[in-house]
Write a protein that binds this ligand. Structure first.
Ligand code: ATP
Ligand code: MG
Length: 332
């Protein structure tokens, strides 16, 4: 059976970008057609400056939102990365497989390192080695497909390289996984800064729609989205990124095609109004289910406990095999 793995970091409130780029597909498609594992990747959240209490709170919130988005623990495995030690064990072997040069080439590293430095902070070493841990997350499960947004495709590409290199050096151990992207909205842009990706850890939130934003807040953010000084509605991601982003979001929420949708509008105002309503309707069931689940944290904890047990059992044999393959003496 096809295996699928993906995750979200508890670095902020889950966004519309996370939902349209990744989580919605996990719920609507992936969990129904494959053996799927979805993870709150809390260790990755420690690669940038963090507040311990906030990471803990956001981890439970992220897990709750994954369930609210429709992940069904009867169909898939939902768990927290740090509960399964195999990720850390394998991550070291990935660091011993990767070169420092290929880590430094990662766009996310360059961007997040620059952001940390701009804030006057230092760059954690783990931010550089992040892709090794992510490769371990994926490879530990014999994953075939990794459903992510476009921004993570480079990391999955590196994961493929590492899997192939490891297999070549030490014998067939890992499945070489591939990225799957959504048909539209693979990269939802910030509404205030439509040349950068919408991200949950951004400090300014006017351009970021959170899954838990009240409908009124969602409407306000969409109506204030930055566009351009043209008048006609045309789908041109290069020249007119703000409008293209709105069309992509509308297409993702309504199942349409962004270029075709552009032809149906003759003003930005009308477009924004429809985008706002489409987003509100798309997020409504998630918000509603979240309210119910958040009232029952022990249910969520139980899901995570069973998820971690199952994940551990799946990862253990492959990670043990990798340890043996590189020449480590098995503990008997
Ligand atoms: P951070 O700013 O902390 O990196 P993030 O919003 O990028 O947060 P992640 O936890 O890094 O969220 O990513 C979770 C998933 O959501 C990944 O599959 C990622 O590719 C996807 N994703 C993140 N942002 C977007 C976006 N703007 N559009 C589409 N997909 C996205
Ligand atoms: Mg990210």
């Amino acid at each position: 059976r096809t295996r699928i793995f993906s995750g979200v970091q508890p670095t902020g409130h889950l966004t519309l970008g996370n939902y349209l780029g990744a989580v919605r597909r996990w719920a609507e498609e992936d969990q129904h057609r494959a053996e799927a594992l979805f993870c709150v990747v809390d260790l990755h959240a420690l690669t940038v400056e963090h507040d311990p209490a906030r990471v803990r709170r956001l981890s439970r919130q992220a897990a709750t939102l994954l369930l609210a988005s429709g992940l069904d623990p009867e169909l898939c495995t939902v768990f927290v990365q740090s509960h399964v030690a195999e990720h850390l064990r394998l991550s070291y072997l990935m660091e011993c497989t990767a070169s420092d040069g290929e880590m430094r080439r990662m766009i996310q590293y360059k961007e997040k390192a620059a952001a940390q430095r701009a804030r006057g902070g230092s760059v954690r070493l783990s931010l550089l080695t992040y892709p090794a841990l992510m490769a371990a997350d994926i490879l530990a499960y014999g994953t075939h497909e990794v459903p992510v947004g476009e921004d993570q495709a480079q990391h999955v590409e590196l994961t493929r390289d590492l899997a192939e290199r490891f297999n070549q050096r030490y014998g067939a151990t890992f499945v070489v996984p591939r990225t799957t992207l959504p048909a539209v909205a693979a990269r939802v842009m910030d509404l205030q800064e439509p040349t950068s990706k919408m991200g949950k850890s951004h400090a300014r939130t006017a351009g970021v729609i959170s899954l838990l934003d009240e409908p009124e807040v969602v409407r306000k953010k969409v109506l204030r989205a930055v566009t351009d000084t043209e008048r006609d509605v045309v789908y041109d991601p290069e020249q007119r990124p703000g409008v293209a982003n709105l069309l992509n979001v509308l297409a993702a929420c309504t199942g349409g095609d962004p270029e075709q949708l552009a032809g149906e509008y003759d003003s930005y105002g009308a477009l924004k109004k429809d985008v706002a309503e489409a987003v509100v309707e798309t997020l409504r069931p998630v918000r509603e289910r979240h309210a119910g689940l958040a009232a029952d944290p022990s249910y969520v904890d139980g899901v995570l406990r069973r998820g971690a047990e199952r994940a551990r059992a799946l990862a253990r044999p492959r990670v043990d095999a990798a340890f043996e393959a590189v020449g480590l003496l098995p503990a008997r």
